[in-house]
Design a protein around this ligand. Sequence first.
Ligand code: AVJ
Length: 326
Amino acid sequence: QINDRFQLHSLEQEDVFSVLVRDVRHGLSNDPKSISCVHLYDEIGSEIFEEISAMPEYYLPEAECEIFRERGRELASLFDHPVSMVDLGSGSSTKTRILIEAFQDVHGSVRYFPVDVSETMLTESSHDLLSDYDDLEVIGVAGDYDDGLRIAGEHDDRPRLVAFVGSTIGNFYPNDAISLMRRVRRLLGPKDLFLLTTDLRKERSTLEQAYDDPHGITARFNFNMVDRLNRELDANFDLDALEFRAAFDEEAGWIDMGLVSTRNQKVRLDVLDMEVELSEGEFIRTEISRKFTLPEIDQLARESGMKVVNQWFDSKNRLGVNILAP
Ligand code: AVJ
């Protein structure tokens, strides 16, 4: 009776390899050079990210789960009826599981739309959820955020909560964050809500320990991506001539993460038929992670056509879960 409660929408997706080829060609021609953070998460990278999430210095998952446990029922009570919950980038659904439980406690049933690029991950996590909860219906969307929003929009008999958890909004440049949130806004009816997790601006040392961790796990996470280019794009990056760096850029308000070349070097990427020159000290960006002030959160909401109607913080005020209304 699990299958009766499970639907999967598999959207036509551009294959991972051609996206990699296009992104890397584009990113390495940019100034500063960059490699898109989406490529950090191959199979090995996803495992390393699990290790990051378990480090004491990386406070984000713990802080977010605390808020979900403390405020989940209050969140559910903002709705008069059982909801459809759209989870953008659901991954293993570990965090949203806490919310699903809270919504079940308050309203009985939940209809859950996990959206993820990985169909395997989606099927596995949906199966686990369905065997744990009876009054749950799962409509998985293997595709991008827009596919998820569109398919959720086709089932519109319930009020909706669209959730963007994990502080993933921080990995978007300010303009891209606004454009994504405007697309979310378009799906929302007058009684729907958007849940947005934002990491908060804090002392430099706390931030830098979370991203330039003393265990070297985040460094390994970054080197894995370059190693991946060596393997999949027949490149010859010399990992010994690259150094991991993660520093808080106060002005920009984000952690800037990437690799610095320790000498002048030429790198060939055979699959791209491309040669890249790196000068000594040159930085290749792999990820930004924005840290928001409260006015910045309000501004982001406003510029996306929404307003913040609830805002919860963990007991150490490290991270915020914001509820936005259209
Ligand atoms: C959870 C994906 C948003 O920016 O904190 C963690 C990823 N990168 N350490 C973040 C990440 C390096 C992360 N996201």
